[in-house]
Design a protein around this ligand. Structure first.
Ligand SMILES: Cc1ncc(COP(=O)(O)O)c(C=O)c1O
Length: 397
C-alpha cells in the first residue's frame, strides 16, 4: 500500500495545514506520477500538433495520440475506430444525444432514463427531446438504491428508442445489472447508452461483452488527466451519425457551400484536440488495470460497518454490487456543515446534490454528504473519518 501511495504526489500534501485524507475520488481521482510524467514529457520533448504536421515532433505526437486510442480501445474491449476522444463524459453524452438523437428521435418516441442519473445524463436528453418532440420517461429506483431487472423489463415499450442509464450510481454506488438491461433493450428494439463514469475506475468493463451501443466515461475519474473523456460507439452507428461539432480536422472536402466528413472516429474530433491529456490517458489505463483487483471491496465493507456505528446516520443505498461510495446524512447535522468541519481536519468529502437533483427529490432530501474511496485509501483513514464525524456531531449539534 505504501508503495502505491508513493506514486500519488497529492497524498503527501496538506489540506488546511492538516495531512490530506482524500475521500472524494468519485468526483475526481488523484493522479499517479506515471500520468503526470507522461503529460510533462509531451510538453517537454515532442510538443507539436497532431494529424497535420509532417515534422518529426508532430509525427511523434500523432503516434502517441493514436497509440492512446489503441490503449483505451483495449481497456474496454473495443475497436480503435469506435473510440472518440471528447473533453469529458458530459461531452460524450451530449454528442450522442444531439448527433444520434437529432436523426433518430421524433414525436411519440421516448428516451428511458432512471431517477439515479447524473445531470449529465439527463439534461442532454431533455434538450434533444425539446428539439425533436420526443419524451423522457424515468424508471424509479427501489429504496435500497437498486433497479430491479423485472421493473426495467416492464418499463420497456415500443416507443422507447433509447435507454440511457448509469452503469454505477454516483450517489448509491449501485452497480446496475447493465448486461441484462442491454439484452432487454435490444429485444425491445431500443438502443442503449451506458454512463460508465463511476464504473470504469473500479471494474473491468468490456463493451463487446456488454453489447451496449454507446459507453461514456471521463479520464479524470480513472487516474487520468482532466479535460479528456471517451465515447465508445458501435462503428455502424457512429458511421451514420453527423458530427456533433464541426471545424478543422474532420473534413474530406470543403467548398464555399458545403463540406464532407472524414471517417470515424476522427469525424467527431474537430479542432486541435486535448493532445497531452489524451496521451496521458494511456499510462492511466496501464495503472488502472494493475490496481483493479485491489482492496476497494474490503475497505468498503469496513467503512460501511464503521459508519453504521455513527448515531443518527442514514446511509443511502444498500446494493450488494457497489462501488466504494458512501452517501449519508446525519440527523441534526447539515451535510455542508459536516463537509466544512471535516475540511479543517484535512478530510475532503463532498456535500450537496451530487448533480442528481431528481434523485434528491425522490429521496426527499435536498443534499447529502458523500465519502468516496479508492485503492489508495487506507483503513486508518476510515477510522479517522469516523472519529472526526463523531467530533463534528458533538460540535455542530
Ligand atoms: C455518474 C456520472 N456521470 C457523469 C458525470 C460527469 O462527468 P464529467 O463531469 O467528467 O463530464 C459524473 C461526474 O461526476 C458522474 O459521476
Amino acid at each position: 500500500m505504501n508503495e502505491i501511495r508513493k506514486d500519488f504526489p497529492s497524498l503527501g500534501q496538506t489540506n488546511r495545514d492538516k495531512p490530506l485524507v482524500y475521500l472524494d475520488s468519485a468526483a475526481t481521482s488523484l493522479t499517479p506520477n506515471q500520468v503526470i510524467q507522461s503529460e510533462l514529457e509531451y510538453y517537454e520533448k515532442y510538443r507539436g500538433s497532431v494529424h497535420r504536421s509532417v515534422y518529426e515532433l508532430g509525427e511523434k505526437a500523432t503516434n502517441a495520440f493514436e497509440n492512446s486510442r489503441k490503449r483505451i480501445a483495449k481497456l474496454i474491449g473495443a475497436s480503435e475506430k469506435s473510440i472518440v476522444f471528447t473533453k469529458s463524459a458530459t461531452e460524450s453524452i451530449n454528442l450522442v444525444a444531439e448527433s444520434w438523437g437529432y436523426n433518430n428521435l421524433s414525436k411519440n418516441d421516448v428516451v428511458l432514463l432512471t431517477d439515479m442519473e447524473h445531470h449529465s445524463n439527463i439534461i442532454p436528453w431533455q434538450m434533444i427531446c425539446k428539439k425533436t418532440g420526443a419524451k423522457i420517461k424515468y424508471l424509479k429506483s427501489s429504496s435500497d438504491g437498486t433497479i430491479d431487472v423485472d421493473k426495467f423489463k416492464n418499463a420497456l415499450d415500443k416507443n422507447i428508442k433509447m435507454v440511457s442509464i448509469t452503469h454505477a450510481s454516483n450517489v448509491f454506488g449501485t452497480i446496475n445489472p447493465v448486461k441484462e438491461f442491454v439484452n432487454l433493450a435490444h429485444k425491445n428494439g431500443s438502443k442503449i447508452m451506458l454512463d460508465g463514469c463511476q464504473a470504469i475506475p473500479h471494474m473491468k468493463v468490456s463493451v463487446e461483452e456488454l453489447g451496449c451501443d454507446f459507453y461514456a466515461f471521463s479520464g479524470h475519474k480513472m487516474l487520468g488527466p482532466t479535460g479528456v473523456g471517451v465515447l465508445y460507439g458501435k462503428e455502424e452507428l457512429l458511421d451514420k451519425m453527423e458530427p456533433y461539432q464541426t471545424g478543422g480536422g474532420i473534413i474530406k472536402t470543403v467548398t464555399m457551400e458545403n463540406s464532407s466528413w472524414t471517417s470515424i472516429p476522427h469525424k467527431f474530433e474537430p479542432g486541435t484536440p486535448m493532445i497531452a491529456q489524451v496521451i496521458a490517458l494511456s499510462p492511466a489505463a496501464d495503472y488502472l488495470e494493475n490496481c483493479l483487483e485491489s482492496h476497494d471491496n474490503k475497505l468498503m465493507e469496513y467503512a460501511i460497518e464503521k459508519m453504521n456505528s455513527i448515531n443518527g446516520i442514514s446511509i443511502y443505498g444498500d446494493a450488494k454490487d457497489r462501488t466504494p461510495i458512501l452517501s449519508f446524512n446525519i440527523e441534526g447535522v447539515h451535510s455542508l456543515d459536516l463537509a466544512h468541519f471535516l475540511d479543517f481536519e484535512g478530510i475532503t468529502i463532498r456535500s450537496g446534490h451530487h448533480c442528481c437533483q431528481p434523485l434528491m427529490q425522490a429521496l426527499d432530501i435536498s443534499a447529502c454528504a458523500r465519502a468516496s474511496f479508492y485503492f489508495y485509501n487506507t483503513f486508518s483513514e476510515v477510522d479517522f473519518l469516523v472519529e472526526k464525524i463523531n467530533k463534528a456531531i458533538q460540535v455542530i449539534k
